[in-house]
Design a protein around this ligand. Structure first.
Ligand code: DGL
Length: 274
């Protein structure tokens, strides 16, 4: 039992678009009691092909907005923004940041064939973070990488299945399967929304790894450390305090968020003009 009132944290979460909602979903599963502020930077989506300096500028602007709104900690729920900007954010701001980790380690450890697939954006695949992770954890493992060109846009449009989605996924995943991959890492937070369509292609013998649950657990551990005690808040069961902001289309964000939590009220969705 806490001998003081537990602090309810305000957690800022951002992504280039709706993809980070796949991370928010895992966070609220294990921590329904915090305040959450989600920013979708859809007006600048996709980040993947943009220069690093531009992604850093966007991440800085969004971070400033989230801190103004009271964020105690920020989850960079975007692999591309993590790769491009988290180092700078940590240098420039004093609050803690949690980034996305490419899940190469569990994939390499669990692979029986010694071949894993990684589906991610160009920015993530060419980033230092990913390449260091490969060096550390994928020694002796064959890694089949594919840029998921066009997939982020399809998820933003809500096209989670259908011919176009299936065609692109097959183009990227077939070479992984042909090489014998038995683990496929989803290296972009938009891709878990395509899980069903991906499984149609891979069948049940391939493990699809979404790093979001591990990121949520990491956030839990960091908040517990910040609290200085267990995060066991029986009295705060509600997630009514998530606020959503988008630089793009509110309808898109609302539609995707309500796939995860249908009861979110209209007034929780707001336009952001930065
Ligand atoms: N959700 C982002 C990621 O995890 C999408 C990247 C993009 O906007 O290109 O990388």
């Amino acid at each position: 039992m806490l001998d003081h009132n537990p602090k309810i944290f305000t957690v800022g979460i951002f992504d280039s678009g709706v993809g980070g909602l796949s991370v928010w979903k895992e966070i609220i599963k294990i921590m329904p009691f915090n305040n959450y502020i989600y920013v979708s930077d859809s007006a600048y989506c996709p980040y993947g092909p943009r220069p690093q300096s531009e992604i850093i500028d966007r991440a800085r602007t969004i971070t400033t907005f989230l801190i103004d709104k009271g964020a105690d900690i920020i989850v960079v729920a975007c692999n591309t923004a993590t790769a491009a900007a988290i180092k700078t954010l940590r240098e420039e701001f004093t609050i803690p940041f949690i980034g996305m980790e490419p899940a190469v380690k569990p994939a390499a450890l669990c692979s029986k064939t010694g071949v894993i697939g990684v589906l991610a954006t160009k920015g993530t695949l060419s980033g230092t973070l990913y390449n260091q992770t490969l060096k550390t954890y994928a020694n002796g493992i064959e890694v089949v990488e594919r840029e998921g060109i066009g997939l982020v846009a399809l998820v933003e449009e809500g096209k989670l299945n259908g011919d176009e989605t299936d065609r692109l996924l097959r183009e990227y995943i077939t070479p992984m399967l042909e090489k014998g991959a038995d683990q496929i890492v989803l290296g972009c937070t938009h891709y878990p929304f395509l899980l069903e369509a991906i499984k149609q292609i891979t069948g049940n013998n391939v493990e699809i790894i979404d790093p979001a649950p591990a990121v949520a657990k990491h956030l839990y551990d960091v908040l517990e450390h910040m609290q200085g005690d267990k995060l066991d808040y029986e009295q705060f069961k509600s997630t009514k305090t998530t606020m959503f902001y988008t630089t793009g289309n509110i309808e898109t964000l609302r539609g995707m968020a309500r796939r995860i939590m249908p009861e979110i009220e209209d007034e929780k969705f707001n336009a952001a003009d930065f």
